[in-house]
Design a protein around this ligand. Sequence first.
Ligand SMILES: [Zn+2]
Length: 308
Amino acid sequence: MRAWIDSLPKAELHVHLEGSVTAETLCEIDPSLTIESARAGYVYSDFAGFLQSFAFAAKRLTTPEHYALAARRLFAALERQNVRHVEVILSAGVVLWKGQDLAEVWRALQSVPAPFPVVWNLDAVRQWGIEKAWEVVTMASSLPRDGVVMSFGLGGDEAGGPARDFDGVYRSAQRHGMRLTCHAGETCGPESIWGALEIGAERIGHGIRAIEDPVLVEHLAKHAIPLEISILSNVRTGAVPSLATHPIRKLFDAGVPVTLNTDDPALFGSCLGDEYEVAWREFGFNQEELAQIAENGFRYAFNKENAK
Ligand SMILES: [Zn+2]
């Protein structure tokens, strides 16, 4: 089964660049780190600790070349997994917070050759407030795209920044031709997902807690609003209490378009094949169903003419 999964052409719609930097690559980027200290920085026991591990990696990307190296390594890893379409989340909010020039980071990232189409999701840190998100969207909309599809999203601490607060920011991103996604329903409940939908999110990052609201599940299915699910992320950050309680099977069976993604492969010690394998092993998804999930990844990709 694993060989079949590995050979299946897959799309990755939700991977954070900073969360894809392995401890080994982080040591190359920051030679003052030992491999032991780099690995220790990736140890956490809850969602708050996970965000700290993410920051541990992100704050060491201090030059545009560091970002380019991270992208080169990520693209190579995904190519080995037979991934044919990639949407990478860049925490643009963190780039600006570090005082870096987003345009230079963007230029470095665009110089990295990719063996597949790449959509870039520029993400603001929701708990830092609306003004910081405006800075991200203003900067992002001024970047040269040369045909590259860009999307906008919110990440960080869901409880610290309700999506509805960012309505104007999302409208602006949309006016500037960006597609819209939003982390929601990962650590907060269905209300957070409703908020993300109200501000125009076309896909939902995680969205697993939709399962607590049957009306919302029906809405997602009826309007074909895809969820960017990452089972192993949800288990490892504690977003679900246990693997057995993950709602992916219930969401899929209810007709919600489900996709599988890695989220932060270096922080979870996972790859995209692992996500498909756990869906098969723990939730009984057969080959036909896994192929449908993989197909969803291409169908709901932001480089397609599928805007609602
Ligand atoms: Zn994420």
